[in-house]
Design a protein around this ligand. Structure first.
Ligand code: HEC
Length: 221
């Protein structure tokens, strides 16, 4: 019995040691919260977030190493000041934060182009240019994401994609710090376009697309 207790104590000590051993990120030159700094004119090390900053954490856990324990629920993740769109207009808070099931931004060619550009920068490396989940990083060994063309993801609401970009998903890292709110919705719009590129119902095609389809169907016969 005593041996078992000692064994458990030893395990606890050893495991505690693992945590201690991985403190490189903690033991580095850095400012503690609210410490003074000679670097800035007002003598504060803490900087005022620029307008449009999106808070992702709050409360006492917000400055914990990952900040994750203080993560805000998506609907409240937009802090004041209200984020602005590219023309400097304020964006409605709740909707932009991903509470709305569908994309709150008007669907324009400009939005899709922006989404395509951001998607190619941030997502295609893993998800593949067409969304098949076969990007270069995956071909080099990163776990493969599901295809956007699966039944489940075609039926998922726009907000699901927004939330995945904001908070990450499984082994996928969150992109909230690199992809601002407006761009997240632009990417969501573009992913919808990728999905439609393979699953558009014929009645939604315009006359010229339909003619092209008929011609190619004829050619295949
Ligand atoms: C480093 C590789 C990588 C990058 C970059 C990446 N993802 Fe992912 N993504 C993954 C992996 C892997 C999964 C599957 C995660 C799991 O199931 O554990 C995933 C899953 C997803 C899913 C599916 C969630 C579900 O319901 O199954 C969506 C949607 C998604 N990612 C969107 C994006 C978007 C949008 C971007 C760009 C902003 C992006 N991802 C960037 C690797 C990546």
């Amino acid at each position: 019995m005593i041996r078992r207790v000692l064994g458990v104590l030893l395990m606890a000590l050893l495991l505690g040691g693992c945590e201690r051993g991985m403190h490189d990120m903690y033991d580095q030159p850095k400012y503690k919260s609210l410490a003074p700094s000679p670097l800035f004119a007002n003598g504060n090390s803490a900087r005022t977030p620029p307008p449009g900053s999106v808070a992702t954490t709050a409360g006492e856990a917000a400055d914990s190493s990952g900040g994750r324990r203080g993560a805000l629920p998506a609907a409240r993740s937009i802090a004041s000041p209200t984020p602005l769109d590219e023309q400097g207009r304020s964006l409605a808070q709740g909707d932009m934060g991903g509470r709305a099931a569908s994309n709150p931004l008007p669907l324009t060619m400009a939005l899709l182009r922006r989404g395509q550009q951001r998607y190619d920068i941030y997502c295609a490396v893993c998800h593949g240019a067409a969304g098949d989940g076969d990007g270069m990083i995956v071909r080099r060994g990163f776990p493969a994401p599901p295809s956007y063309h699966s039944e489940r993801l075609r039926n998922a609401p726009d907000s699901h994609f927004f939330q995945v970009i904001t908070h990450g998903y499984g082994v996928m890292y969150p992109y909230a710090d690199r992809v601002p709110v407006h761009d997240r919705w632009a990417i969501v719009a573009y992913i919808r376009a990728l999905q439609l590129s393979r699953h558009a119902p014929v009645y939604q095609l315009d006359a010229s697309d339909r003619a092209q389809l008929q011609a190619s169907a004829g050619a295949n016969r």
